[in-house]
Design a protein around this ligand. Structure first.
Ligand code: BTN
Length: 168
């Protein structure tokens, strides 16, 4: 067997060797979606509740986003299952909208974690007549963003948060 074939076989064996423990899904940590939005989930408590921060890269009005609080809960996974979860983000620093996400975490045989979600975004409108256009729906897929220890969401982003209020 040549060197290259050996390396391929070794890689396949290693990939197949991710232990069941490593294939468990942990929601806590830093995640990025396909729109380049960042989400940081802090520790998930024993009853499944969690909190965090969300920094979106896209906004309804095109204005600069600010890190916004998120609050959610995950379903306690049964043996060998991957958790479903839901969380809401209140864009309270720059918008009067709210988004609710629901999703599930998956871990592939190589240990790569993916959060697939669907979301509904509710924008505040001024009258009942405008209610019909106030809700949007979409899908986001998140993958874990590896980061050096100590780096947290705001320090990874070049949002307006970093530039809007320069120190006097
Ligand atoms: C607003 O612009 O008023 C609120 C920001 C909404 C951002 C949405 S939520 C769903 C989608 N996924 C993201 O990461 N950002 C957008």
């Amino acid at each position: 067997m040549g060197k290259d074939s050996f390396a391929v076989v070794l890689a396949m064996v290693l990939v197949a060797c991710v232990s069941p423990e490593e294939r468990k899904c942990q929601l806590s940590g830093l995640w990025r979606n396909e729109q380049d939005s960042l989400m940081e989930i802090s520790v998930v408590s024993s009853n499944g509740d969690f909190r965090g921060k969300y920094l979106t890269q896209v906004t309804l009005t095109g204005t600069c986003a600010r890190a916004s609080p998120l609050k959610g809960a995950q379903q306690q996974p049964s043996e060998g299952g991957w958790p479903t979860f839901a969380f809401t983000v209140h864009w309270d620093k720059f918008s009067n909208a709210t988004t609710a996400f629901v999703g599930q975490c998956f871990v592939d045989t190589g240990g790569k974690e993916t959060l697939t979600t669907m979301w509904m975004l509710r924008e505040a409108v001024g009258s009942l007549q405008e209610d019909w256009k106030a809700t949007r729906v979409g899908r986001n897929v998140f993958t874990r963003k590896r980061t050096s220890k100590g780096k947290i969401l705001p320090s990874l982003s070049t949002s307006c948060e970093d530039t809007s209020s320069p120190a006097p």
